[in-house]
Ligand binder design. Structure first.
Ligand code: NAD
Ligand code: UFG
Length: 369
């Protein structure tokens, strides 16, 4: 695997002797997951382990807890390897990837994700999200590692002119520094692929991930007051918040509230495994590919609220207020490419999303009592 020529005395020349031994340590196919203790990462670790992969999680725990590893282990019966590192620390990342250079691929989740925070502290977002990606790409490229899956977002489309939105829709100017980091990272990947540094990269553009593993043992861990709809709903239902504010009731939609394509996090996790297998089996059409990952169905905020109420039997105290600045009116995915090319389709309903999110919330509340 190692075909780069490293300068004598460099870290690479020291570690090169270890590689034949490390490569034979395991017969299982190994996958590196950056940000693997986070919300989407932890569900993807479960999906990969269930499919028989050996998973190595890299995370600095800046937005997750070590206890997530216990949840994963309780679900799958397998403890993933965990290394607490900051992927921006190129030396630490090099040391770790040298040990796991036999991995068949890397799934890259590690990034900051709060839109509002990115407006207040843009440089932290560029440093972590863009800096972390540069660090990862450079180390992977030097170590001749390929097969990379990147977490992108439907925010790259802004308010699309045509709905449902396809991957070929024009990329709109970013609405926030966070959104801009996703656009910059996609551009970097495209350029790195065009330069022949990588031969197999997939960017998955997620729509709105919600829900939790059906076990209720892992889920989303919002810090402070949730900015996103589903955790706000579950926290209101649990009595942690007095009232749910519905941002905007005068949009040109079915019931006046904004439309999004909510996707169950376990379906999203499956998309990562399937995309990775496309790369491992070299079924890719071009070096850099993009796929929308949604259900292909839009739901209004009120539809989500009513699905939650119906599923759980809990009635929510909600009120329609002014629009939230920066929100688009409606967006949902054309998922044809993911359906036909990847062979992936979302399986779970809005009710599944509500039920699993509620199970996770109740478990968290009970564990604190
Ligand atoms: P999350 O915050 O739950 O998970 C991210 C994980 O990365 C955390 O565990 C955090 O500790 C870790 N991390 C952050 N910076 C790191 C660094 N420099 N080094 C090592 N670890 C680091 O977020 P999530 O919701 O699971 O999102 C995962 C990815 O998907 C992110 O890239 C996010 O931008 C993207 N995404 C998320 C959504 C969403 O709505 N959740 C939508 C579209 C795209
Ligand atoms: N909403 C409310 N009340 C709330 C929270 C949200 O009415 O308390 C509404 C929003 O106004 C929006 C919809 O619910 O109309 C969904 O809002 P979210 O904040 O849950 O999700 P967004 O579509 O704004 O954005 C999310 C992530 C982004 C990501 C994007 C696409 O926050 O990081 O999905 O994946 F890029």
């Amino acid at each position: 695997m190692l075909n780069a020529h490293f300068p004598a005395g460099s870290i690479f020349s020291v570690h090169i002797f270890l590689i034949p031994y490390l490569c034979h340590m395991s017969e299982m196919r190994k996958v590196i997951v950056t940000g693997g203790t986070g919300y989407i990462g932890s569900h993807t670790v479960v999906e990969l382990q269930r499919a028989g992969y050996e998973v190595v999680v890299l995370d600095n725990l800046s937005n997750s807890e070590r206890s997530v590893l216990e949840g994963i282990t309780a679900i799958t019966g397998v403890q993933p390897a965990f290394l607490q590192i900051d992927i921006c620390d190129r030396q630490a990342l090099t040391d770790v990837l040298l040990m796991h250079q036999d991995a068949v691929g890397v799934i890259h989740f590690a990034a900051f994700k709060a839109v509002g925070e990115s407006v207040e502290d843009p440089l932290a977002y560029y440093a972590n999200n863009v800096g972390g990606m540069i660090s990862l790409l450079q180390v992977m490229s030097v170590l001749n590692m390929d097969n990379l899956i990147f977490s992108s977002s439907c925010t790259v489309y802004g308010q699309p002119e045509v709905l449902p939105v396809t991957e070929d829709a024009p990329i709109q100017p970013a609405q926030s520094p966070y959104g801009n980091t996703k656009q910059i990272c996609e551009e970097m990947l495209q350029d790195a692929a065009a330069a022949g540094l990588f031969h197999r990269v997939i960017s998955l553009r997620y729509f709105n991930p919600v829900g939790a593993d059906p076990s209720g043992l892992i889920g989303e861990l919002p810090i402070g007051i949730p900015a996103n709809l589903m955790p706000y709903i579950t926290q209101t239902a649990a009595g942690l918040r007095d009232e749910l504010k519905v941002f905007g009731g005068d949009y040109a939609t079915l019931d006046g509230t904004a439309v999004r394509d909510y996707i169950h996090v376990s379906d999203l996790a499956a998309a990562h495994r399937i995309a990775l297998e496309r790369l491992i089996e070299k079924r890719h059409a071009t070096a850099f590919e993009t796929f929308n990952i949604g259900t292909g169905k839009g739901s209004t905020v009120l539809e989500v609220i009513h699905a939650f109420e119906q599923m759980t039997g809990v009635s929510l105290n909600y009120r329609i207020v002014d629009r939230r600045p920066g929100d688009v009116e409606q967006v949902w995915a054309d998922t044809s490419r993911a359906n036909q090319v990847l062979g992936w389709t979302a399986q779970r309903t809005l009710e599944d999303m509500a039920a699993s999110a509620w199970k996770w919330e109740k478990r968290r509340v009970e564990s604190k009592e």
